[in-house]
Every structure is written in structure tokens, then in C-alpha cells.
Unconditional design. Structure first.
Lengths: 269, 307
């Protein structure tokens, strides 16, 4: 493990651990209102370590709850896009010919559509605040690049002797894909998936910033930044807390992904 | 070349058609309708409203009508902004959005290319090296984090630019939005440019140019620039798409009356024609910019020019 991988992994584990353990060591919850301490800066006396928002809700509790949503959403939506992307890319690359051309043409067309618009439209489809909807909306669009990468790798794998041997000895196509192709593209897939997670988190925050994502009483880093930006003149901590959390998380995921990509496989991008 | 450009232009039509069709039906799948918020509506008035806008027809009929209007350049009426047509609304906000977007794209390319080229020319410079290190932050941080932070520092703590109460015609409001939008693109372009420029600088024709005794400026900006620009140009398409969608955020952050808000508000209000109009206009702009970048690519690199 290179230092870059180790440090970023440590930061991520730390963030995840704190956010998961937070409910057990703060006295505030994400939606509890402290009527005596509205919009107060970070302080120890009342237990508002990172201050409160305009309504008197504890920013540490809200920030940690937002972090939990971001991490869960990032990992799950990435899993969805990995599942679709790997299946699509492996089938297209292995089938080749007309099937390959048709499948990749589809990817090209969806690729050309403005990504943000698709997710915004998809997010309006679902009841507001439904997290399951957000998972689907983001995961469903995030698989395109994964499909391209996996297809490219599969194309070159298909000509290798061990695949030819598998075909010759009568292994069925799903068996070849699952046993021989997928394990061989796994390194690249993991590296790229690590880079997809921050993109998903960014997207969720972006949608929440616009008011289309996570809804009250739950917080998202995006919605916290939006609220904080409106109050930054009098209470800058409301902006700095969520902005700092998001920055730390994005930096760590990107560093981890780049580190893994440098080690695990050829970068196609 | 002209024939090729025209063919590519015609090639955009199917993509646009898919975009329109997909978004038309997907928006309609969403629960709720444009007139839900008006509680006091009696069923009869509701029915009248639906009939007036053709919303009582079956979906395929509405789709056909929409396409027919579209071919004639009619984007339809807005359902929530009473007495406005969609094209009027978009025409009101688009100039500002385009100004910000184009200014940001231009700034990003100029700064990015210049910085990247210098960083490749002088790999030992500490200033340039630390700037390139900082650029990684620029690539990663989203506009809705950078924007408010810039506003906090340069609008409140050290008030050089105005950030509230937009007045049209005063460029002082546009500086921070443009910088926010340009920053990630500039950072990415700088990194691309540094890598491609250092490669070009190692090639034989540059050594020849230097051996002839040409000065730094001529070698760097006249000989090396054009080949080194190729990766930057192939990134321009995605970059412009980024700037266009990014203007949505920047307009929200700085409270600018661009057209971006219509997309989000329209989506929340179920203002179908307005959302469709926005998707179409932004889609056309994005695709056209991509096409332009492709054509520019051919101009820079004769090897990819179509016969």
C-alpha cells in the first residue's frame, strides 16, 4: 500500500466511524431543536461542538447524519452502477459484432444527453425525499463509463488463449463471463468504482443543494451548504462545517481512487 | 470540411429527438400535475384548465402536438407563469446564463493553457509547482462549495465584489460567479496542458527550433502550442457541458436571474413545457459546443481531418 492509499483510507474509515458512532456520544439528534441556543457558534457548554443552525438544531448531529446518508448513498448507488455497467460492458465486449455495436451505440446516445437533466427528471419521478429513488436515479445514469471501460477490457481479453480454451472446452457463455472475464477486469472496476463514489456523493449534494434531493427533517451536506450560504454573513460556521466535511470526504475518495488506479490496472480515461 | 460539418449537424437531429422523446414521457410519469398546488380549484375549473392546455388528451396525442409545435419553433405556454410563453421566459434568462458560461469557459481555457504551458516549460519553479498542486483541489471541489466560500471571503470579509441585489449591467456582480464556474475547468485544463506540453517539448521539431536559435516565446507559443492543445480541445466538449450545467448552481449560489432556475423550479412545479424547453435549449447548446470542439480538433490535427 502506498502512503496515499493508506492515508486516504484512514481518513475515510475515521469519517465513517465517527458518523456511525455519533448518535451514541452526542446528546442531540439531527432534528432536535434547542430553543435556548439558536444560531450559536461552536461551543462546549451546551454540547454544540460545531454550533447550531437558525432553528437551534445541532450542526454536529446534522453533519454526521448527512455524512451517513452521503456514504450509504455513495456506496449503494455505485454498486448499482457497477452491476449494470459490468454486465452491459462484458456482454457487449464478449458478443462483439452487431450486438456490441448496438449496445454501445445506446450508451453513446445516453452519454450525449445532458447527465444533470436526466437525474433531475428522474428525481422528480419519485416522491420527494425518497432515498431509494435517489439511489436508483443516480445509479441508473452512473453505469455508462463503467460499461465502456469493461467493454474495452473484455474486447482484449476475448482474444487471449485461456478464453479460447474455455470456449473450446465447452464452457457456456455466462460461465465464461462470470468465471473468466469478470475476475480479470475486477481491478480496474474497483479502482474506477472508488472514483465513482465521490461523483455520486457530489451529485446527491448537488441535487439536495437545489432542493431536489434529501428533504427535511433530514439533512444532506448539499442542503446544509445551501442553508449555511444564506446565513454566512452572520454565522459563517453554518457554511464552513458542511463545506469542510464534504471537502474532506471528496478529497479522500479521490486520492484513494487515483491511488488504486495507479496500482490496480490500466486507466482507460 | 463544410460538407462534413453539415453532415455532423444533421446527425444531431436523432440525438435531440431521443432527448425530447425520453424527457417528454419521463416527466409525465412523475406523480402530481401542474395545477395541484391550487387548492381552491373546483373539479370543473380543473377540467377546464386541463382542457385548455390539452392535458386531458391521451399522452401520445399530447406528444404529437408538442412535436408539431416544436417543428414550427413553438415551445408552448408555461403552465405556472401565467401569460408567459416558454420561449419568452427562456429568452429573458438565457443571455445572462450564456454570458456567464462563455466568459467562464474563455477564462478557464486562457488561464489553464497559459499556466499549464508555463508549468511544463519550467518544471523546477516552486510557485508553478504549488499552483499545480492546488489545482487538484480546484478539480475536486464543486461550485456550490467554492461559490459560497468565495462570496464569504471576497464579498463579506474583504468586500471587493458585490454579491447581493443584482443590478443588470454592473459587471461587478459577475466576477465571482465567473471565477467559481471557471475554476474547476481551468484547473483541469492546466493539468492536461502541462502533461501534453511536456511531451511536445521533448519532441524533435522543438529541439530543431531551439537549435536554430529561436527565442523561448516563439518556440513555446508558435511551435509547441498547437500540437500541445489537442488533448485540451478534446476535453472542451465535456468542459462546456460542465460549464452549462454548472451555471445552474452558480446562478442559485449568487442569486442571479439566469435561466437555470426555470429548470429546477419547472421540475418541482411540474411545468411540463417549461422543463421541456429548458432541456431542449440546454441540450442544443451542449451538442453544438461538442460539435464545434470536434471540428476544432480537425483543424488542429490534420491527421483526423475527414477526406
Amino acid at each position: 500500500m502506498t502512503p496515499r492509499i493508506r492515508v486516504s483510507l484512514a481518513v475515510l474509515v475515521l469519517l465513517a466511524a465517527i458518523s456511525l458512532a455519533a448518535p451514541s456520544f452526542t446528546s442531540w439528534t439531527h432534528d432536535a431543536i434547542d430553543w435556548q441556543n439558536q444560531a450559536v457558534p461552536p461551543q462546549v457548554e451546551a454540547g454544540h461542538w460545531l454550533g447550531t443552525d437558525r432553528l437551534g438544531r445541532d450542526l454536529f448531529a446534522r453533519g454526521m447524519q448527512a455524512l451517513r446518508i452521503s456514504l450509504a448513498l455513495g456506496v449503494l448507488a455505485t454498486l448499482i452502477s457497477v452491476l449494470i455497467g459490468v454486465t452491459w460492458g462484458a456482454i457487449a465486449g464478449f458478443a462483439g459484432g452487431r450486438i456490441d455495436a448496438a449496445m454501445m451505440r445506446f450508451v453513446d446516445i445516453v452519454y450525449a444527453l445532458p447527465y444533470v437533466f436526466i437525474v433531475i427528471i428522474l428525481s422528480t419521478l419519485l416522491p420527494r425525499g425518497s432515498l431509494a429513488g435517489l439511489f436508483l436515479a443516480i445509479g441508473a445514469v452512473g453505469w455508462l463509463t463503467m460499461a465502456r471501460i469493461v467493454r474495452g477490457q473484455t474486447l482484449s481479453l476475448r482474444k487471449r488463449e485461456f478464453i479460447q480454451a474455455a470456449i473450446a472446452s465447452g464452457v457456456r457463455v455466462p460461465g465464461i463471463l462470470w468465471r473468466h472475464i469478470v475476475p480479470n477486469v475486477l481491478g480496474t472496476v474497483i479502482a474506477y468504482a472508488t472514483l465513482t463514489i465521490p461523483q455520486v456523493i457530489l451529485f446527491e449534494s448537488f441535487l439536495s443543494f437545489l432542493g431536489l434531493g434529501v428533504q427535511e427533517p433530514y439533512a444532506s451536506l448539499g442542503s446544509l451548504i445551501n442553508e449555511g450560504a444564506q446565513e454566512m454573513e452572520s454565522s459563517p460556521w453554518m457554511l464552513l462545517v458542511p463545506a469542510g466535511l464534504l471537502t474532506a470526504m471528496l478529497l479522500a475518495f479521490n486520492a484513494l481512487g487515483e491511488g488504486l488506479r495507479a496500482r490496480l490496472g490500466p486507466g482507460d480515461e | 470540411m463544410l460538407g462534413y460539418a453539415l453532415r455532423r449537424l444533421v446527425g444531431l437531429v436523432p440525438t435531440l429527438f431521443v432527448l425530447v422523446t425520453l424527457s417528454f414521457f419521463v416527466i409525465r410519469l412523475a406523480p402530481g400535475g401542474p395545477f395541484d398546488q391550487e387548492q381552491s380549484l373546483t373539479p370543473a375549473i380543473r377540467a377546464n384548465l386541463d382542457a385548455a392546455y390539452g392535458l386531458d388528451q391521451p399522452l401520445p396525442v399530447q406528444y404529437g402536438r408538442y412535436l408539431r409545435g416544436l417543428v414550427q419553433g413553438d415551445l408552448g405556454p408555461s403552465l405556472r407563469f401565467k401569460d408567459y410563453r416558454v420561449d419568452e421566459l427562456i429568452a429573458r434568462g438565457l443571455p445572462l446564463s450564456l454570458t456567464i458560461g462563455l466568459a467562464a469557459a474563455a477564462l478557464a481555457v486562457v488561464v489553464g493553457v497559459w499556466l499549464g504551458a508555463l508549468a511544463a516549460w519550467r518544471p523546477g519553479s516552486r510557485v508553478l509547482r504549488s499552483l499545480m498542486g492546488l489545482s487538484l483541489l480546484g478539480v475536486i471541489l464543486p461550485g456550490f462549495v467554492v461559490g459560497p466560500l468565495l462570496a464569504l471571503v471576497f464579498g463579506i470579509y474583504w468586500p471587493v465584489f458585490r454579491i447581493a441585489g443584482f443590478e443588470p449591467g454592473d459587471p461587478s456582480f459577475l466576477v465571482l460567479p465567473v471565477i467559481t464556474l471557471a475554476l474547476p475547468v481551468a484547473a483541469y485544463v492546466a493539468r492536461l496542458m502541462r502533461d501534453s506540453m511536456s511531451e511536445v517539448l521533448r519532441s524533435n521539431f522543438i529541439r530543431t527550433a531551439r537549435a536554430k536559435g529561436l527565442g523561448t516565446r516563439v518556440v513555446l507559443w508558435r511551435h509547441a502550442l498547437r500540437p500541445a492543445l489537442i488533448p485540451v480541445v478534446s476535453y472542451l466538449g465535456p468542459a462546456i457541458a460542465f460549464v452549462i450545467t454548472g451555471s445552474l448552481v452558480v446562478e442559485a449560489v449568487f442569486g442571479l436571474p439566469g435561466s437555470g432556475r426555470y429548470l429546477v423550479q419547472g421540475a418541482i412545479d411540474r411545468d411540463y413545457p417549461l422543463v421541456m424547453g429548458m432541456i431542449l435549449v440546454y441540450g442544443v447548446v451542449t451538442l453544438l459546443c461538442n460539435l464545434l470542439a470536434d471540428l476544432l480538433y480537425g483543424w488542429l490535427d490534420p491527421r483526423v481531418r475527414p477526406a
